[in-house]
Design a protein around this ligand. Structure first.
Ligand code: ADP
Length: 229
């Protein structure tokens, strides 16, 4: 049987920052492939380049060299407008802090990105409700972020990130702000969703226990991706 093509592929990605006279070589030929339905933990010390890798993978920054494929699309030399369109369509982000809109309910926070994409309101509401119920938040649809616990807020943030059914989910320390029990709950929700939806997820985390539950673990060494066993 032929393997499904990667949802996201980084090929020999380089990224450097200039700081005064100095050049910081952060990514130095990073290769990474994420297959649909796979969750990959990115574990590396602070400053190793995890956020940089997520930004390049999420088309928020351009690589200085190398290529980033989202599905079949090579994005590195695309015009910014097309990159933005691909990002909106195919990539979801979850951050350490939820960044939900405080004046809107959980449901509305998940409806909004779908409206922005052009879905009819009824369809967007139905999907938002279904997703939130799937994530165990059926009883919290009308709550505002402030009226939710930290774990609930992060689950709403996950629902929002996948509301438009992206191919790829990128998460930067999504449970870094939660107590261990809640982190565990949010994490298992995330991995279940990834497996069920065929999404590919790359999750930067310091939590080795949680990383063990994911399909693969990788690290960054001298600007390259190295598989951990
Ligand atoms: P991590 O997420 O693993 O902590 P980052 O990707 O945030 O690492 O940063 C890697 C290195 O790149 C750090 O030394 C950081 O100071 C540097 N860096 C990140 N962004 C910039 C920038 N915009 N300009 C200059 N240096 C940066």
């Amino acid at each position: 049987m032929m393997e499904a093509p990667p949802a996201l592929a980084l090929d020999r990605v380089e990224r450097r920052y200039h700081q005064g006279e100095a050049t910081l070589e952060i990514l130095r030929g990073a290769d990474l492939q994420l297959l649909p339905g796979q969750s990959v933990a990115l574990i590396a010390p602070s400053g190793a380049g995890k956020s940089t890798l997520l930004h390049v993978a999420g088309l928020l920054e351009k690589p200085d060299a190398g290529e980033v494929h989202v599905g079949a699309e090579a994005t590195a030399r695309m015009a910014d407008r097309r990159r933005t369109a691909i990002r909106r369509l195919h990539i979801g982000f979850v951050y350490q802090f939820h960044h939900l809109l405080p004046e809107f309910s959980a449901l509305e926070n998940v409806v909004l990105p779908q409206l922005i994409r052009g879905l009819p309101r009824e369809e967007a509401r139905a999907r938002a409700q279904q997703l939130l119920e799937y994530l165990g938040l059926g009883h919290r649809l009308q709550h505002r972020p402030m009226e939710l616990s930290g774990g609930e807020q992060q689950r709403v943030a996950i629902a929002r990130a996948v509301a438009n059914a992206p191919r790829v989910l990128l998460a930067d320390e999504p449970t870094g702000n939660l107590d261990p029990h809640t982190a565990e709950h949010v994490f298992s929700t995330l991995t279940t969703l990834v497996e069920a939806s065929g999404l590919a997820a790359l999750v930067a985390t310091h939590n080795l226990e949680l990383a063990k539950r994911m399909s693969r673990r990788v690290t960054l060494q001298e600007g390259r991706i190295v598989e951990l066993t």
